[in-house]
Design a protein. Structure first.
Length: 264
């Protein structure tokens, strides 16, 4: 996808991707129903017509809220990160780790949700088998990471926090410089992990969230401006962190939330 295409997709994601299921609006009902159908029968076998039928509405109304079927994946990816942030935000672990550790743990939780939840894994297999869906998911992630990084840098500049906790703290505060580097890091890091997932599924193996996180983290930090050797030297500590009781509790909470999101 060219730069204009990525920026266009990101703008759509910025505008439409946040789920507020508790409001129970027509749009939220359509998206929630689509997620449940994807989990039950797979993304490929779920049509706009079947979503409309399950919602007792028209295909035209479904397409009004989701002009592209891939938009459901954009919103689902955003919802995964919202589940992670919600479970992670108020824990002692969240307050005690640095930016690299937070990056690694967020990635580990993300891959854990994609590959260790029976309902979600059916959707994951369809995503990583499709170049279009993988591109859509990566575009959603670029948008999320850009928003997080930009917000953090504004907090640093305003004095709200004392130091940058994003991966791009060493870059000048220039969106035209920041955006391409974020895109490169996310595309290479996440794209490589998704390709590995697809390879494992083709060979009837279950992808390991830890290995996926190590791969993505290594590529991501190498392209983001951080010291690659320092980042990789931290891996033994990160492996201990991902096996801690505190993180296991977060994993359990996010898995329960995801199962609820995808269940009838």
């Amino acid at each position: 996808m060219n730069d204009s295409g990525r920026h266009s997709a990101a703008s759509v994601t910025n505008r439409d991707s946040t789920m507020h299921l508790r409001r129970n609006t027509t749009r939220d009902t359509i998206y929630a129903t689509a997620f449940k159908l994807f989990a039950a029968q797979g993304y490929g076998k779920t049509t706009m017509s079947s979503i409309a039928q399950a919602c007792n509405t028209t295909k035209t109304l479904v397409q009004y809220h989701a002009p592209r079927k891939e938009m459901f994946i954009d919103v689902l990816v955003t919802s995964l990160f919202e589940l992670i942030e919600s479970a992670f935000a108020h824990t002692e672990l969240s307050r005690s780790i640095d930016s690299l550790e937070r990056l690694y743990i967020t990635g580990f939780l993300h891959f854990n949700l994609l590959t260790r939840n029976q309902r979600m894994e059916r959707v994951t297999k369809d995503i990583v088998a499709s170049r279009r869906l993988t591109e859509s998911m990566i575009d959603a992630e670029i948008s999320l990471v850009t928003q997080t990084s930009t917000h953090a840098r504004h907090q640093v500049r305003s004095g709200a926090i004392n130091e940058a906790f994003t991966m791009w703290s060493s870059f000048v505060d220039d969106h035209d410089v920041l955006q391409p580097r974020i895109e490169q890091a996310v595309v290479a890091g996440q794209g490589g992990a998704y390709e590995l997932m697809h390879h494992e599924y083709l060979h009837h193996r279950s992808p390991d969230p830890g290995s996926l996180t190590d791969l993505s983290y290594g590529i991501f930090t190498g392209l983001s401006g951080e010291s690659h050797s320092e980042s990789m030297h931290a891996l033994p500590t990160l492996h201990e962190l991902r096996s801690s009781k505190a993180l296991r509790a977060i994993i359990d909470e996010t898995q329960r939330s995801l199962t609820s999101l995808l269940s009838d």
